[in-house]
Design a protein around this ligand. Sequence first.
Ligand SMILES: [Zn+2]
Length: 149
Amino acid sequence: MAPKHHPTPLSGGDRKALTKELGKARAMTGILAAQSAEMRAKGAALIQQADRLLCESWNERMWSDGEPIDPSPTIDQAIAGGFPWLEIQCSRCKTPNDVDLAALKHPPTTFVHDLASRLRCRKCAKAGRRPSATLLQLGWQPRHPRGEV
Ligand SMILES: [Zn+2]
């Protein structure tokens, strides 16, 4: 693309002024872009904090009353907020389990509370039952070491 053409002013003073204004505008391009990037990074950090607080709020409700499970964070909010694990318990046989939210095939916009009816206990499935999961807590790591459940 050819550089943009600015008609040359007739007077020398105007020509000088135009050169100065063009220099300023070119400098502003970089300054404004840097400010935009900085604000965007701040915004992303704030969103991450909001996600973390949403997870902590839900955890407090689960710990104190255990219900209602709705509203809850979405899978991607939980992961972004630093809580990529969901601790559950089978509502029938009480077997505990840790769910790796990042490994789920559900869309990341799925709400955590919607998982209650979708996560199945392997033990009960073998017995031909499909009880729902009791949701306990979101965690930053699995509570039960691998292989225990
Ligand atoms: Zn079970």
